[in-house]
Design a protein around this ligand. Structure first.
Ligand SMILES: Cc1cc2nc3c(=O)[nH]c(=O)nc-3n(C[C@H](O)[C@H](O)[C@H](O)COP(=O)(O)OP(=O)(O)OC[C@H]3O[C@@H](n4cnc5c(N)ncnc54)[C@H](O)[C@@H]3O)c2cc1C
Length: 217
């Protein structure tokens, strides 16, 4: 699978630096989270020595479950090589936003079949055998005058859950943390656990302090 971070929240103003002494070790997106939290008490002068560093401040935010602060930053990923089965599970997380390849418009032959992690993982091209029912439905409906789109949307009923899907997914940091807590757990499906591991690695790269309490795979 490929899970690529393609965008995340950036600062476009010096206002935070003007109002608050920014931690030299923090990432700018983490400064945004701290600034948002400190706005609640106008505590930009950092009166509590125990939470002067950004890491300690966000550790306390996480411990207090003051997680609405984390909604101010978001991250988007482009995902390829995962199964539609996995997407079905990921879409249950209602605070994530998706744009997904359409099987009504896109020929299934442009996609692959995902090999389950327990069988080694990776991708394999769809065979004519895999697509026998799909092709038959397409031909049947096209021969009876249905448009390509009408025929594809019906033929898609015969596509397997292991068919590859591709999508852009965006979530704010609070939403991602909730997904990660649930999908990194040993009880989660192996494919979505792998996905969650990739997401956590990327998010730690841009905001380690905001994800400091989560353990990877
Ligand atoms: C290991 C594992 C096994 C699973 N197995 C199954 C299964 O067999 N069948 C199945 O159907 N699902 C299954 N799920 C999916 C699970 O039930 C949830 O749908 C999924 O984890 C998303 O969680 P969520 O609803 O808390 O997340 P989100 O939709 O992201 O919601 C986040 C949080 O917002 C709050 N919230 C959101 N919507 C509401 C609401 N309407 N009312 C009140 N509070 C709300 C809740 O606090 C919620 O935890 C499984 C999940 C896991 C992790």
């Amino acid at each position: 699978m490929s899970v690529r971070l393609i965008a995340h929240t950036q600062l476009v103003s010096r206002l935070i630096e003007e109002k608050m002494e920014v931690d030299v070790d923090s990432e700018s997106v983490e400064d945004l989270l701290e600034f948002a939290g400190r706005t609640c008490y106008l505590s930009y002068d950092k009166p509590n020595p125990l939470t002067r560093s950004n890491e300690d401040y966000l550790e306390n935010i996480l411990a207090q479950q003051h997680e609405s602060v984390l909604e101010h930053a978001s991250a988007s990923f482009y995902v390829e090589g995962v199964s539609r089965n996995m997407l079905l599970e990921l879409e249950r997380h209602r605070f994530l936003s998706f744009s997904v390849v359409s099987t009504r418009y896109v020929d299934a032959r442009k996609l692959n079949h995902v090999i389950p992690p327990a069988l080694g993982g990776g991708l394999t091209p769809l065979t004519d055998e895999d697509l026998e029912d799909y092709d038959e439905a397409m031909k049947f409906l096209r021969d009876r005058g249905k448009s390509v789109k009408q025929a594809r949307e019906a033929a898609a009923f015969y596509l397997p859950g292991g068919l590859e899907t591709r999508f852009v997914v965006t979530g704010n940091f609070r939403a991602w943390r909730d997904v990660l807590r649930k999908r990194l757990s040993p009880g989660a499906n192996a494919e979505i656990r792998e996905f969650a591991g990739e997401v956590l690695t990327s998010l730690r790269g841009i905001a380690p302090n905001a994800f400091q309490d989560l353990e990877g795979l």
